[in-house]
Design a protein around this ligand. Structure first.
Ligand code: TXA
Ligand code: MG
Length: 329
């Protein structure tokens, strides 16, 4: 299959290009789409064979449900059973934006989208071009991150091309994703709601709107009870082995170099053999995956990562970095 790569202005998109993409989606094809978090791999949720192609193209385990992208609160409400006060408040506070809510689904949402679950994960993306495409397509779009399952999520069209060239019909290139890490996922069916995946909408921001929430504990995963299968420990991982350290990482870098290994540091110091990232979570998130893609392409023996502080603002970043360092089984 030939993969078309088309450029788009994120704020003032060429409607002809969007209509071409919508046609592919309406005919059961796959289009990689820009969003403000990471690039997504989109299909029409009402076309089970198109949804099945997402799993094939990504090599995604069939038990991992997809996020459904909608362009309005009305469209979100049309897919769920119990749109309540909590959902309304969260939508008003965080949509459009990097925030996903899990609610009970209506029967019209096909089981293949939710991997058989009775719930569905929904979000309204922030980029105008993404919302416009959903509106023109006229259907909600299932879209996981547009990468091979388990690998680093793409924040540019060229990251998508690297993983999915020849496997999908089209990639829409609207420039680098500014957010840089995947949306926050909150299950609002439980009382209090449960955080399933931390993201740029932080626990503090959510609790300001709806009061205390539960944070899903990693140790529950050992019991095999996956409230969100995407929470598998190894995820978002480079192929190169990653070593995380709770300090500047400089000592570890020097030690491994002395052992004759080819190694680079991802940290907060401008030194040789290091990529230096911003010391604030928003700036760091925006640059993280591009840095990991670059490091992974260098043919290194190890990547050393200097973890940011273990504080609430860095929760989502540390979550992704800890997953990146979990060895493949
Ligand atoms: O920022 C994002 O959310 C990106 C962009 C493309 O929108 N999408 C994304 O999708 O990260 P994906 O498929 O890579 O991650 C979806 C996450 C997984 O952790 C999955 O398990 C969880 O959402 N999820 C989806 N539906 C769910 C459901 N019904 N119940 C619980 N978790 C669900
Ligand atoms: Mg993903």
């Amino acid at each position: 299959m030939h993969t078309q790569l088309l450029k788009l202005d994120p704020d003032n998109p060429d409607l002809e290009v969007l209509h071409k993409a919508a046609l592919i989606l309406n005919q059961g094809g796959l289009v990689a789409i820009p969003t403000e978090t990471v690039y997504g791999l989109a299909a029409n949720i009402f076309d089970p064979s198109a949804v099945a192609k997402i799993y094939t193209a990504k090599g995604r385990p069939g038990n991992n449900p997809l996020i459904v992208h909608v362009y309005s609160v009305e469209q979100a409400k049309s897919l769920v059973l119990n749109w309540n006060d909590t959902a309304q408040k969260l939508a008003e506070a965080f949509w459009p934006g990097p925030f996903t809510m899990v609610l009970d689904k209506k029967d019209l949402v096909p089981d293949c989208v939710t991997a058989g679950a009775s719930s569905v994960a929904l979000r309204i993306p922030k980029l105008f071009v993404t919302r416009k495409l959903i509106e023109i397509a006229g259907v909600p779009l299932a879209a996981p991150s547009a990468n091979i399952s388990g690998a680093i999520s793409p924040t540019t069209a060229s990251h998508v091309l690297k993983d999915l060239d020849g496997r999908i019909e089209m990639i829409l290139d609207a420039g680098p994703a500014s957010g840089g890490i995947e949306s926050t996922v909150l299950d609002i069916r439980s009382n209090p709601p449960t955080l399933l995946r931390p993201g740029l909408v932080t626990v503090q921001m959510i609790e300001k709107i709806i009061g205390p929430i539960k944070q899903f504990q990693q140790q529950h995963l050992q019991s095999g009870a996956f409230p969100s299968p995407g929470m598998m420990a190894r995820h978002y991982a480079p192929k190169t082995p990653v070593i995380n350290v709770e300090n500047s990482g400089i000592e570890m870098l020097e030690k491994l170099k002395k052992e004759g290994l080819k190694v680079r540091l991802l940290g907060f110091h401008k030194i040789e053999d290091a990529i230096c990232l911003p010391e604030n979570p928003v700036g760091y998130a925006s640059a993280l995956y591009a840095a990991l893609h670059d490091l992974d392409a260098m043919g290194l023996d190890r990547i050393v990562i200097a973890l940011p502080p273990n504080t609430p603002q860095w929760l989502a970043i540390r979550d992704r970095l800890n997953r990146a360092a979990t060895p493949a089984d």
